[in-house]
Design a binder for this molecule. Structure first.
Ligand code: FDA
Length: 395
C-alpha cells in the first residue's frame, strides 16, 4: 500500500535528523529514510569519537560558498548557543578545546541519541536500510519509489551529505536528484583532507612521520591558518593542513612559516648577537623539533654553521626558508579520508531563509549536499544543525 506523509527527509545524518524533529514539532507527519543500517554514522566517528558539535565563533566568514552571504540567515536563526542549549537540555557534558571548538566529554553517541530523542518526541518515523530508487514530481508533492515500497509526500528534504568517506555510505544521490530537477550543482572536491607529496619529497620526509609543529600555512589565494602541522608517511596532515586543503587547488604551492608569530629576520639578528658561537642547528633545535631541523640541513635547505659566520644574504635566505618554506603537494588523499565535500547544490537555486528550491516548490536541500563548507572545528555540524533547523520550520 502506498504510504502518504507530509514530509520525507532523505538522510538520517546531522542535518536530516535536526530538520525532521523540527518539522515533527510543527505537527507535520515526517518520515526519514536512509540507506544505511544506522542513523548518524558520521556523527559517531566525528571529532575522534567525541564529536566537535559546534564552534562558539561560528559565523558566515568561516564557510566557503560561491555566495559568501548565503549561510548568514540560517546561522543567525539557529546559532551555536542554540545547539549548546539543546545539548545542555539533554544532559550532554562538553568542553571547549582551542579556538572555540566544543566537544562531548563522553562520546559522540550522545549527540546521535539527542537527535533520535528529539525525533522520537516529535513523532518522527525513521526507516533505515532503504534505497531510494526513483523520485517523481507530482501535481501535489512527490512520489518516491524505494526498496521498501512507495511513499508520497508534500515536501521532500534532501539531506544526503557529501562524498567524503564512501566506506560510511556516502553517495552522490543528492547531487543527482538536484540535477534531475534542473538545479545547478557546482563541481565537488574533497576538503579538510591531508596532502600527499611527490615521491621525492615523500621519501625525503618519510622518517619524520609523527613529527608535529606549530605553523602558519598560506595558500596561493592568501588564506592562512595558524595551527599544528603533522608529517605523516603519506604527506602532510594536522589541523593546519586540513584547513588549508579547502583553499588549495592542484598544482599550487603552500607557503609554510615554521616560526609563526615572530619577526624572523629580527629574531635571527638577535640570535646572532646572543649566541655568535652556536650553530644554527643548536639554536633552531630549541624552537623546532630537532629531527625536523636536521632534515632541513640534510636536504641542503639550510646551511649549518656558527651564527657569526652567516653574512647578510645568507641570513636572509635562512629567514626566507623558515618563514616561507615552499611545498608543492602532489595532491590530497581525496574523499577516502576527507572530512567534507566542497561544492554541491548551487545556493543560487535555494532560498537562504527556507533552504527550499526556487524552481521546485516543496523540494529542500540541507547540510553538506549544499555548496556551503565550513572550516575545521565544529563549523560543519553547525551548518548542518542551522540549515536543517531552518528547513524544518517550513517544509
Ligand atoms: P551526513 O553525512 O551527516 O548524513 C547524510 C546521511 O544521508 C547519512 O546517514 C547517509 O547514510 C544518508 N545517505 C547518503 N546517501 C543516501 C542515499 N542515496 N539514500 C538514502 N540515504 C543516503 N564536522 C564537524 O563540525 N565536527 C567534527 O568533529 C567533524 N568530524 C568529522 C570526522 C570525519 C571522519 C568526517 C568524515 C566528517 C566530520 N565532520 C565534522 C563533518 C560532518 O560529519 C559533516 O559535515 C556532517 O555530518 C554533514 O551533515 P549532513 O546531514 O549533511 O550529512
Amino acid at each position: 500500500m502506498m504510504k502518504q506523509v507530509d514530509v520525507v527527509v532523505i538522510g538520517a545524518g546531522a542535518s536530516g535528523l535536526m530538520c525532521a524533529a523540527q518539522a515533527g514539532y510543527r505537527g507535520r507527519q515526517v518520515l526519514v529514510l536512509d540507506n544505511a543500517k544506522k542513523p548518524g554514522r558520521k556523527i559517531l566517528i566525528s571529532g575522534g569519537g567525541r564529536c566537535n558539535f559546534t564552534n562558539v565563533q561560528a559565523g558566515h566568514q568561516a564557510y566557503l560558498c560561491a555566495n559568501p552571504h548565503f549561510s548568514k540567515s540560517a546561522l543567525a536563526r539557529f546559532t551555536a548557543q542554540d545547539f549548546i542549549d539543546l545539548a545542555e537540555r539533554h544532559g550532554v557534558n562538553y568542553h571547549e578545546k582551542a579556538l572555540g571548538q566544543l566537544f562531548c566529554d563522553e562520546s559522540a553517541k550522545e549527540i546521535v541519541d539527542l537527535l533520535l530523542t528529539e525525533c522520537d518526541w516529535a513523532g518522527v518515523t525513521l526507516q533505515t536500510h532503504t534505497e531510494i530508487l526513483a523520485v517523481h514530481k507530482e501535481e501535489e508533492g512527490f512520489r518516491l519509489e524505494t526498496s521498501q515500497g512507495e511513499v508520497r509526500c508534500a515536501s521532500l528534504v534532501v539531506a544526503t551529505g557529501g562524498l567524503s568517506m564512501p566506506k560510511l555510505g556516502a553517495t552522490p544521490f543528492g547531487y543527482r536528484l538536484a540535477e534531475q530537477f534542473g538545479l545547478s550543482v557546482l563541481p565537488t572536491r574533497a576538503g579538510l583532507v591531508p596532502f600527499t607529496l611527490h615521491q621525492a619529497d615523500k621519501e625525503a620526509f618519510a622518517d619524520l612521520a609523527g613529527v608535529s609543529l606549530d605553523v602558519e600555512v598560506s595558500a596561493e589565494d592568501g588564506t592562512r591558518f595558524r595551527e599544528a602541522m603533522l608529517i605523516t608517511h603519506r604527506g602532510l596532515s594536522g589541523p593546519a593542513m586540513l584547513q588549508i586543503s579547502s583553499f588549495w587547488l592542484p598544482g599550487q604551492a603552500l607557503r609554510i612559516n615554521v616560526l609563526p608569530g615572530r619577526d624572523i629576520p629580527a629574531t635571527l639578528q638577535e640570535w646572532v648577537k646572543a649566541y655568535p658561537a652556536q650553530e644554527l642547528k643548536t639554536v633552531l633545535g630549541r624552537e623546532l623539533p630537532k629531527r625536523f631541523v636536521e632534515k632541513l640541513m640534510e636536504l641542503g635547505l639550510l646551511v649549518n654553521q656558527p651564527l657569526r659566520q652567516y653574512n647578510a644574504p645568507e641570513l636572509a635566505a635562512v629567514a626566507e626558508l623558515l618563514g616561507r618554506w615552499t611545498v608543492r603537494p602532489n595532491g590530497t588523499e581525496g574523499y577516502r579520508t576527507a572530512e567534507v565535500t566542497l561544492g554541491g547544490v548551487d545556493t543560487d537555486e535555494l532560498s537562504s531563509k527556507t533552504m527550499e528550491s526556487r524552481k521546485v516548490p516543496g523540494l529542500y536541500f540541507v547540510g553538506e549536499v549544499v555548496d556551503v563548507t565550513g572550516w575545521l572545528g565544529g563549523y560543519n555540524f553547525q551548518w548542518a544543525w542551522a540549515s536543517g533547523w531552518v528547513a524544518g520550520q517550513f517544509c
